[in-house]
Design a protein around this ligand. Structure first.
Ligand SMILES: NC(=O)c1ccc[n+]([C@@H]2O[C@H](COP(=O)([O-])OP(=O)(O)OC[C@H]3O[C@@H](n4cnc5c(N)ncnc54)[C@H](O)[C@@H]3O)[C@@H](O)[C@H]2O)c1
Length: 333
């Protein structure tokens, strides 16, 4: 299956196909120098498959985990591109989760003011969310994604077979992002997940989430308006993440609960529980709220939150720290 992302000169296709990794050279132009970036937690065979198809491959294996998403790693990647003589005609391929994709994409965005970038997302979260839309970034200290650029990939290759090696906990994080998309944009998909869970029809849910994300990005590439809807669950989620250190998708799952109406909460909580996601949070409300409001999306003491009153739809509501504290406490305390 092929899902186009129509962005005029920056348009590209997202290919979703089991086994596609073995024929990457049909989807990407690998007949040049290719920097293949992966991390130590991604089974080595995935990056090796891409490297094996390149005319000249340079492989970089980074330490796994969010702590790799730094300016230092970014500098090292750029240095590698320079040392290996990469030119504007060459390219970078990310083979990994959101950490590898965001970092390698940022290096591709900046090296020689931008070279071609391809993404092979290997976590469910990266397949349904971070690989599409062109956001690339690194963290600065504890502030996530604060230095970055918009740089659309030339193509995205999603091979659901690579998820067989993913841990159940990481799989659940991707399921949280799928639920986020369904709850805000697609009532029928939400009800399907409610009936049978995500894994029962995984390829369908990946494709639906990618199509939803592509549609939103086409409307609002630089997140000046509607793209903010994809932040459903993310404001409190980021606060919970920085206070507890739980995984991103787990915190998004928790962050969605206070942002939907009381009548929807039990349905959402039940769905999250079935996917192995947390539904209770005891982290200190003042600390969570302060961290949420320090998020880069905060403007003059308030944030634009995404609320769901009816599944498959959303509205934007401005909230200050006190509103956020009340929502959090009412839901979890
Ligand atoms: N650019 C965007 O639009 C966007 C959107 C959402 C999240 N993000 C970013 O994405 C990052 C989180 O991404 P993530 O959840 O993919 O985390 P991750 O990249 O850290 O991957 C999670 C873990 O899974 C391992 N892994 C990856 N693929 C595997 C596979 N197939 N089998 C076994 N193990 C595998 C990795 O080594 C890592 O240890 C965060 O930095 C977040 O800020 C970016």
């Amino acid at each position: 299956m092929q899902i186009p992302v129509n962005l005029e000169k920056d348009s590209y296709n997202v290919i979703i196909e089991r086994g596609a990794l073995a024929k990457a050279e049909e989807i990407f132009n690998l007949d040049r120098k290719v920097l293949v970036v992966t991390d130590s937690g991604v089974p080595a065979e995935y990056a090796a498959k891409i490297a094996g198809k390149a005319r000249e491959a340079v492989l970089v294996v980074l330490p796994e985990g969010e702590q790799t998403k730094t300016l230092e790693s970014f500098g090292n990647l750029c240095q590698k591109l320079l040392d290996e003589g990469f030119t504007r005609k060459d390219c970078v391929v990310a083979v990994g989760g959101g950490v590898v994709g965001d970092l390698a994409g940022f290096a591709a965005a900046c090296y020689m003011r931008g070279i071609d970038f391809y993404n092979v997302p290997t976590t469910l979260l990266a397949q349904v969310d971070s690989s599409v839309g062109g956001k690339t970034a690194v963290d600065l200290g504890s502030v996530k994604n604060i230095v970055g650029a918009f740089h659309q990939p030339k193509a995205v290759l999603i091979d659901p077979d690579v998820l067989k090696t993913l841990s159940p906990r990481q799989f659940a994080c991707g399921a949280a992002e799928i639920i986020k998309m369904a709850m805000t944009f697609d009532k029928a998909q939400f009800e399907k997940i409610q009936r049978e869970g995500v894994a029962a029809d995984l390829d369908y849910h990946i494709a639906r989430a990618v199509a939803i994300k592509a549609g939103v990005v086409e409307q609002d590439e630089k997140e000046s308006g509607p793209r903010k809807a994809l932040n459903f669950g993310h404001t409190l989620g980021h606060g919970i993440e920085s206070v507890t250190g739980m995984l991103h998708g787990e915190c998004v799952a928790l962050g969605m609960l206070p942002m939907c109406t009381l009548d929807l909460r039990p349905t959402l909580a039940e769905m999250l529980r079935k996917e192995g996601l947390p539904t209770e949070c005891r982290a200190d409300s003042a600390a969570v709220t302060a961290a949420a409001m320090h998020d880069k999306k905060a403007e003059a003491g308030s944030v634009v939150t995404v609320r769901v009153n009816k599944t498959g739809s959303f509205e934007f509501v401005k909230a200050d720290a006190e509103d956020m504290r009340k929502l959090y406490e009412e839901c979890f305390w």
